[in-house]
Design a protein around this ligand. Structure first.
Ligand code: BES
Ligand code: MN
Ligand code: ZN
Length: 510
């Protein structure tokens, strides 16, 4: 009995059904009644399928667009009710046209949002535009719909009534799209969902150990995955004084979590994603201003993106080797906490003068990055962190800051960022900054001695001190990208899971 139950669970897992909202694919023409969604280009131009539908209903759509002054702008959506035989027609503006996988994801996400907002019962039939150079258009649109449909709490409260109205994607090659969505799209959506679930959780629940437990549960049964967890004692034995130092002001001890997925030959070096996992950042003894401190529960978004990306790679059986490292600690100011001016020794042997305990992300990453290079000899290592307020000042919520010691890796990240619609912008690490973080009583200080300076670059320069000579390294500062206060086409307000899609594409070289 038990064996049978396990077998059933395993097969459900393999199909990705566990996360399944009703999404279907068909090669049929659009239905003649009910609810449909159509792409509309700039100046209100319908595509061929749309024109055919409009001709059948005496150009009522064109008339309604004129009356509503709807021009098909890339951010505009217009919902019409009771047009001809249709209960509902959703017009999704695509401006100059969809150009990438990410654009298709946005398109699908906007269709899903329109479906959930409208009161009409029944399925929404989405006419998916064809994009030159993208093979499984509708699969990407469906993935976007899955991202947009995310609800925080789903994993913890299955009793909530679900919206069971289906999205039906109409596309030329429905079988292809369906297969691509089943193997890749759902896996990616599951990775994004894991990241968002981890990020959203309030920090009274979310301790370092909780992050470990949730991640273990999410990977249970995943093929090719091994998980390693270091507790305080093991970290002490390895000399991880930086990660331990950050965690020592909390009653809930730090952890180092590594999730390795092997989808390629065993001797192929993995790509490593090393994420900042501060489960709450009070600033420590350098205490933060209470105003807005609550949002420091998302200070582990880098770690969440790292494990989310590896979950996607594993669930889709990607032919790559990858490893996620989560450097987990809670930055609290109790009587055991580190003080400004303290000196810590990191695993590499380098010593750090902690001038500000609120610059803690770089400390945990120092040990996480060193450990993964020693233990796994990665072909490239990318650190990802909600590291600095300064990057938000520089790039807002439009781009993550990208730093790198290697042009080929930076180019590959730019390409993956474009593919995945998770934008990055290159920032420098000037030689002068590398000099300015040198300390007198230790090798480096974690902030400059006097305030000011290029904050995001200082953080990156610090982390670079733990890059081994021949490791291609890049760093993403996602402080402006990890959380949104209003929804985007592919995310409700709250945790974004920024980086999951980018890392998934990067690992595959897409
Ligand atoms: N987690 C914060 C950075 C942050 C700020 C993330 C806002 C998301 C939104 C980080 O640990 C921090 O406190 N950084 C300090 C660094 C400073 C002390 C050098 C900052 O940016 O002010
Ligand atoms: Mn901080
Ligand atoms: Zn922080």
């Amino acid at each position: 009995m038990r064996a049978i139950t396990l077998a059933v669970l395993a097969s459900v897992w393999a199909m990705g059904e566990a996360s399944g909202e009703p999404i279907r694919f068909t090669g049929d023409a659009a239905p003649a009644t009910g609810a449909i969604a159509l792409p509309v280009g700039a100046d209100g131009v319908l595509d061929d399928a749309g024109k055919e539908i409009d001709a059948r209903i005496n150009n009522a759509i064109a008339g309604a667009m004129r009356a509503a002054d709807f021009n098909g702008g890339a951010r505009d959506t217009l919902t019409l009710y009771g047009i001809g035989p249709y209960q509902r027609i959703v017009l999704i503006g695509v401006g100059d046209g969809l150009k990438s996988r990410g654009d298709l994801e946005d398109f699908g996400g906007r269709a899903a949002q329109a479906l959930s907002e409208g009161a009409a019962p029944g399925a929404l039939h989405v006419i998916v535009p064809n994009i030159a150079g993208v093979e499984t258009d509708a699969a990407h649109a469906a993935a976007g719909a899955s991202f947009a449909n995310y609800k925080y709490g789903e994993a913890f409260d299955r009793a909530k009534p679900a919206d069971n109205r289906a999205l039906v994607f109409h596309t030329a090659n429905a079988a292809n799209d369906e297969a691509a969505f089943a193997t890749r799209g759902r896996a990616l959506a599951d990775g994004v969902k894991l990241a968002r679930d981890l990020i959203s959780e309030p920090s009274n629940i979310k301790s370092p150990q909780w992050f470990v437990d949730q991640t273990r549960a999410a990977f249970r049964g995943a093929p090719g995955v091994t998980i390693e967890v270091l507790d305080e004692r093991q970290m002490a034995r390895l000399g991880m004084g930086a990660l331990l130092g950050v965690g020592q002001g909390s009653t809930r001890p730090p952890r180092l979590l590594a999730v390795r997925y092997m989808g390629a030959a065993a001797d192929e070096a993995p790509i490593a994603f090393v994420g900042k996992g501060i489960t709450f950042d009070t600033g420590g003894i350098s205490l933060k201003d209470p105003q807005g401190m609550w949002d420091m529960r998302y200070d582990m978004a880098g770690a969440a993106a790292s494990v989310g990306a590896v979950l996607s790679l594993a669930k889709s059986k990607a032919p790559v080797n990858a490893i996620a490292v989560a450097a987990l600690a809670e930055n609290m100011p109790d009587g055991g906490a580190i003080r400004p001016g303290d000196v810590l020794q990191s695993m590499s042997g380098k010593t750090i003068e902690v001038l500000n305990t609120d610059a803690e992300g770089r400390l945990v990453l120092a040990d996480g990055l060193w450990w993964v290079q020693e233990r796994h000899k990665p072909r490239a290592a990318i650190t990802i962190a909600t590291l600095t307020g300064a990057v938000r000042t520089a790039l807002g919520d439009d781009y993550a800051g990208l730093f790198a010691n290697n042009d080929a890796l930076a180019d590959a990240i730019q390409k993956a960022a474009t593919t995945a619609n998770e934008p990055v912008w290159p920032l420098p690490i000037h030689e002068s900054v590398r000099k300015d973080i040198k300390a007198d009583v230790a090798d480096v200080r974690n902030v400059l001695a006097s305030p000011g300076g290029p904050g995001a670059s200082i953080g990156a320069a610090f982390i670079q001190e733990w890059v081994k000579n021949d490791t291609p390294w890049a760093h993403l500062d996602i402080a402006g990208m990890a959380w949104v206060t209003s929804r985007t086409p592919t995310a409700p307000a709250g945790a974004v899971g920024f980086g999951v899609r980018l890392f998934d594409a990067l690992a595959r070289g897409e």
